[in-house]
Design a protein around this ligand. Sequence first.
Ligand SMILES: N=CN[C@@H](CCC(=O)O)C(=O)O
Ligand SMILES: [Mn+2]
Ligand SMILES: [Mn+2]
Length: 315
Amino acid sequence: METSPLSVDASPTPWTGRFDGEGSEHRRWWQAVAPHTVSGAAASQRPAVVIGFCSDAGVLRNKGRVGAAAAPAAIRSALGPLAFHLDRDVFDAGDVVVEGGSLEAGQERAGLAISALLDAGNLTVVLGGGHETAFASYLGVAGSDAVRGKRLGVLNLDAHFDLRDEPIPSSGTPFLQMAEAEAAAGRELQYAVVGISEPNNTQSLFTTARRLGVKYLLDELCTPEAAEVFVADFLAGVDVLYLTIDLDVMPASVAPGVSAPAAYGVPLPVISAICRQVAASGKLLHVDVAELNPEFDIDSRTAKVAARLLNTLLA
Ligand SMILES: N=CN[C@@H](CCC(=O)O)C(=O)O
Ligand SMILES: [Mn+2]
Ligand SMILES: [Mn+2]
């Protein structure tokens, strides 16, 4: 089989997990995921292709606690042992690795790989990385034929707006970068955030959010009903969705392994229900999971939550 011509830096490594037998009734993720190839097998549903974005650079620039570069491997390790109930093929395309200060070049490489995968009809799944991963995702989505003539929505599950106006891009700037890129292309970014923590976003960030017409739901208002209505309203106004999950949207007890753990946070059942709602909409084009820092991840809790949410989204 021909190997993938994608612009990644590291080929996929074998996945691992518990072995209960060879048959499909025993199958776990590690047995189901295959290395991505150009001539990957056709599936009954759109195949999912996983790609890692190993980057600490954005969190470092944003003065956070670094370690997210190790997150793609940690999320694969948490996904590997899960029982596989999906009705679609899943492939691993390897990692884009950001070295030192080359964040922008890494985002461009990841963007090219994502665009190529989307153009080939895949559902793309990026494992970050700090939330600078989101700008790599945006480059990939915006550069793909899959969004031409369609209304794109960006839904962020996050305690933070990440709309910082800084001289250099970081994990705190991706959605302002997207808004500026969309404006330069004569469009308006459709951006919504679930889980905003008021005390963790300055008045200046709220002003930027209002100026850009950002829709948001505060963490303290995230009842299951309110979240469902908010997401339904947003989905109704878009044709295709890029979903980005910053794991610090959940409480520190659920997601301790992040740069900025949340004192309040949105409960996991609410975040999980949003993932189900997005999956059921049929509009999901691309998803990423960001901000996992394995160094602070007690019992791998955050990685397991990331794996569980991805499993829900792809089902
Ligand atoms: N990715 C974004 N992170 C948050 C970090 C906030 C904090 O460190 O308290 C932000 O920039 O707002
Ligand atoms: Mn974020
Ligand atoms: Mn955040």
